[in-house]
Design a protein around this ligand. Sequence first.
Ligand code: SAM
Ligand code: SF4
Length: 348
Amino acid sequence: MRSLDMRDLVDKLAQQRVLGREEFKALMGCDDDYLFARAREARQGAYGKQVFMRGLIEFTNYCKNNCYYCGLRVGNARAKRFRMGLAQILDCCQTGYRAGFRTFVLQGGEDPYFTDEILAPIVAEIRQTYPDCAITLSLGERSFASYQRLFGAGADRYLLRHETAHAAHYQRLHPRGMSLQNRKACLGHLKQIGYQVGCGFMVGSPGQTVSYLVDDLLFIHGLRPQMVGIGPFLPHSDTVFAQEPAGDLRLTLNLLAILRLMRPDLLIPATTALGTLHPNGRELGVLAGANVVMPNLTPGDMRQKYRLYDHKISDGEAAAECVENMDRRMKAIGYELTVSRGDPICIA
Ligand code: SAM
Ligand code: SF4
């Protein structure tokens, strides 16, 4: 497609918020930076120059699932396992709060140890200690009743990537027993309960096609989540996909920009995976329309063990150090790290 036609397509998406399948496919292959400029414009209109920071607490790397792409999968006997207790999680929150974080993201594998009886009091304790902070959970698939109990205990947001909106592709990435149908049901339950919901997918996961990515975009268009997390697939040496290539940088950035044009109000992280794929990946992500960064509050020894993929980057040991680094990086590209809960805005 000629550059002029490509720009027409970008303008059309900015105006109409959605495109036809073939148009989406063409835009994914866009090599004109006009796409990023329009995405920045859309983000500027909604959120200005603010980049929100979320403090990531990776509190358990035990997982009962066996997703073929992930280093935490139960079948990875070489993974060194850890889980934090209440005191350690609260320590992370305290350091994070002092460093300026107002959102804590509690992420982990699907660890059967963390029953509702154990988890709900932890969430309630964080809620009570930090009433001005948002609590985000990212713990995979749980029952409706469990999501409801955790919401009641004080959680406000939930991140559950759908991973792929194509059922056969979902099966290529997961063993029997996991299904796209259940993922979608969980996302529906989370919305119904009242969580701010995040879905998302890996770019370049094995077996993915451009057509499947269109399915992802249309699924997101229909779901209307508040957040979308996308990042490149990165291989892990102890998984089924050890020999598979990493996701493509430009395609990931194009998809970030497309999502921003579809939904100027979305909260979209420039992910750690993007920062691992390219030394300036997170800056490039923000320049393509992302508006969230998630520095890591997990203590160093455990952070090492939370290895989803090979060569995962770390921004520095201490929370304050992470913030300073990120602040410097964002300022260098003309953006500002913001101390706030960073709730989504509402745009009709
Ligand atoms: N267990 C929860 C779940 O699966 O939703 C939360 C933790 S899980 C590690 C968070 C996300 O990491 C997944 O949704 C997946 O997209 C991403 N991830 C896992 N392995 C990855 C890999 N090899 N490359 C890039 N992202 C990966
Ligand atoms: Fe477990 Fe999540 Fe990794 Fe799947 S992606 S193996 S559910 S931690």
